[in-house]
Design a protein around this ligand. Structure first.
Ligand code: HEC
Length: 143
């Protein structure tokens, strides 16, 4: 085999290693992004029982709560036409206190999401990503 052949083969192996590295790094994101709408999926799983599947706070659990869940479709209207993404995110992860979320009746989602990925890499980051895609999904429910 000529020397330059061996070299180009080495280069081929090297670049495919890089490609694999990138694929592996991107994999968890691809899993989330591969869902038709991960935000909607997570919303339905964690939030719809109280806030309703369309965010109008008519979930099956809603009638039994002492504090009525916020109508999530009016967040934009009630914030002078600007969807308050940051505030919604902090309401979900618990950095902003929500009466109906932080007490014994309701978990603080940031902690729940982090527990789910405990032992894995970057639990806080993964949790934050979930919070973000949920908050972005809720922005599509505004009326
Ligand atoms: C067990 C019922 C329940 C579940 C499940 C629930 N919430 Fe809530 N949520 C409430 C209640 C009750 C309130 C109203 C609290 C209040 O008025 O102080 C509320 C308020 C909110 C608010 C408004 C906060 C504010 O500052 O006004 C947001 C945003 C919100 N919830 C998002 C979510 C999201 C996103 C999920 C899913 C990750 C979720 N909630 C799951 C009961 C629930």
């Amino acid at each position: 085999m000529a020397e330059h052949d061996a070299q180009s083969m080495k280069r081929g192996i090297l670049s495919s290693a890089i490609v694999w590295g990138i694929l592996l790094l991107a994999f968890p994101l691809a899993v989330l992004a591969g869902e038709p709408d991960p935000g909607r999926e997570l919303y339905l799983k964690y939030c719809a029982s109280c806030h309703g599947k369309d965010g109008r706070s008519d979930g099956p659990v809603s009638p039994y709560l002492q504090v009525k869940p916020t109508d999530l479709t009016r967040l934009k209207k009630e914030n002078r036409g600007i969807y308050p993404l940051g505030k919604v995110m902090s309401s979900i992860d618990g950095t902003h206190d929500v009466r109906g979320h932080g007490d014994a009746k309701m978990p603080v989602w940031g902690e729940v999401f982090e527990k789910e990925v405990e032992g894995k890499k970057y639990p806080t980051l993964t949790s934050l990503l979930k919070v973000k895609v949920i908050a972005e999904y809720i922005s599509t429910l505004q009326r």
